[in-house]
Write a protein that binds this ligand. Structure first.
Ligand code: ADP
Length: 498
């Protein structure tokens, strides 16, 4: 096991032990081209590992392995209970390797280790456990048709070979959200992790092998979006694609699916409103607003990035939030005291700084933050937690997803007005409401066009609770019973009893 204050030597030995090849048909292999790519530590910009770079040829091989496993391997013959037990075994293995996975996630993504330990890894374990239970509960129905002598029933069958393309903000959890339900339902998978953060998915691949999943059931091909990702999305032998990422790429995935009409589920961007009424418990509301935007450096699709505050408490809330932001400890993720780590990459840093500039150009004021965080200690892609005041709804920073620690504060006066402004977005992923008036809470929950509404809390996730977007935030739902819909298909069987 690895301790928190690791030396450079310990870290390099630890990294040398990590898998960097791709998992295809139960074998760890180099890419067909022999190419590799670097994955960097965003806290320092240093290379962590060179990882096999998958491309169309590797995707072809992985899809062929997944097809074979789906049609003829031992996988389709396993009982639901055996599938469930494999998922449970995997969750145990993740738990046994929790500290190692947390460290690897923090090194590759940059996120504070306290969150990798308390959130990413345990939620991943929970996810596999929850779906282990579903493997034995996928029931069809008997249908009371009105045609005499017919016995009609439905079977729920897996969709087939599933391509899964995931982002870099929660690399391990995103892999779990995708893999667990797909496997519980009996599908086989080709998973493409994000190029910025391939390491924990590969380590998970080792644990999948160790758990005893038959070869070819899970294939993991690291690589870039335009090559490996695009090849997977357009592959004619893939039956379904599940994607989490930007709305822009989501549209490409949908276009690429047309050739063979694959099933597509998309979990895309957001610009979520977080609304504070004057009757809220302000101490909690301000802290909630802080977590809503700064958790994971703001690199969360549900980030509460539009903070609507009632005029009566606007000054108090904005200054409270700025105080919190100013006190956050910015640093390397591996330091257990760190509250805010680096952004994931140079590209993301430039994107976020670009938005901060655009806010200033369009006339908004950064009441706190508003720049890169850079000194002797902070050499990576760090950005100061930033709160913008004097914002108008039309400004770019109030409309577009920034995916960084940047929040816009917007005053409002009444319930109808704020609901309308909150809904005026191409996105509809999530929303927050802070109030002690139960009627207002329910009215707002009904009025907000979002796939999830949090009242007097924010960013709550549970394997049992469905999650997904309205509008351009996506199609389909992940987690809970709802996700099983998209990993199964219904077959209706008619038996003539005459
Ligand atoms: P971000 O902008 O946050 O990096 P993306 O939507 O670009 O998010 O990336 C999410 C995932 O989609 C990553 O695994 C990435 O490699 C992949 N991806 C990017 N472009 C494409 C594409 N054209 N086709 C398929 N996958 C893609």
């Amino acid at each position: 096991t690895v301790t928190t204050s690791i030396t450079d030597t310990t870290q390099s030995i630890f990294l040398q032990q990590q898998p960097v090849k791709m998992l295809i048909g139960g074998q760890w292999v180099e890419s067909a081209s022999g190419k590799t790519f670097e994955t960097l530590n965003p806290a320092t910009g240093q290379v962590l590992a060179n990882v096999a770079e998958g491309d169309a040829e590797d995707i072809n091989r992985a899809v062929a392995a997944a097809r074979k496993a789906f049609e003829s391997g031992p996988w389709p013959k396993l009982t639901p209970s055996q599938r469930g037990r494999l998922l449970w075994k995997l969750s145990d293995l993740i738990e046994q390797n929790a500290e190692e996975l947390a460290l690897l996630e923090t090194l590759d993504n940059g996120k504070p280790i306290k969150y990798s330990r308390a959130g990413d890894v345990p939620l991943t374990v929970d996810h596999f456990r929850y779906f282990a239970g579903w493997a034995t509960k996928l029931e069809g129905e008997t249908i009371p048709v009105s045609i005499p002598n017919m016995f009609t029933y439905t079977l729920r069958e897996p969709v087939g070979v599933v391509g899964q393309i995931i982002p870099w903000n929660f690399p391990l959890q995103m892999a779990a959200w995708k893999l667990a339900p797909a496997l519980a339902c009996g599908n086989t998978v080709v998973l493409k992790p994000a190029e910025q953060t391939p390491l924990t998915a590969l380590r998970l691949g080792q644990l999948i092998c160790e758990a005893g999943f038959p070869e070819g059931v899970v294939n993991i091909v690291p690589g870039f979006g335009e090559t490996a990702g695009a090849a997977l999305a357009s592959h004619p032998d893939v039956d379904k694609v599940a994607f989490t990422g930007s709305t822009e790429v989501g549209k490409k995935i949908l276009q690429a699916s047309v050739n063979n009409l694959k099933r597509v589920t998309l979990e895309l961007g957001g610009k979520s409103p977080n609304i504070i009424f004057p009757d809220a418990d302000l101490k909690y509301a301000v802290r909630g607003a802080m977590n809503a935007i700064f958790f994971n450096q703001g690199q969360v699709c549900t980030a509460g990035s539009r903070l609507f505050v009632h005029k009566a408490v606007y000054e108090q809330v904005v200054s409270g939030l700025a105080d919190y932001a100013g006190k956050m400890k910015i640093g390397e993720g591996i330091d257990p005291a760190t509250d805010l780590g680096p952004l994931v990459s140079q590209e993301q840093l430039e994107r976020v700084l670009g938005y901060i500039d655009s806010g200033k150009r369009e006339g908004a004021t950064a009441t706190t933050g508003g720049a890169r965080a850079e000194d002797e200690r902070l050499k990576g892609y760090f950005v100061q937690p930033t709160v913008f005041d004097n914002v108008r709804d039309e400004m770019t920073i109030a409309r577009e997803e920034i995916f960084g620690p940047v929040v816009v504060a917007l005053p409002f006066e009444d319930v109808e007005e704020v609901a309308a402004r909150a809904n005026k977005s191409i996105y509809g992923l999530s929303a927050g409401v802070w109030t002690s008036d139960v009627k207002k809470a329910h009215k707002m929950a009904a009025a907000l066009k979002a796939g999830v509404v949090w009242v007097n809390t924010y960013n709550q996730f549970d394997a049992a609770a469905p999650f997904g977007g309205y509008k351009q935030s996506g199609y389909g739902r992940e987690m809970g019973q709802a996700v099983l819909e998209s990993y199964t298909q219904t077959k209706t069987v008619w038996i003539n009893l005459r």
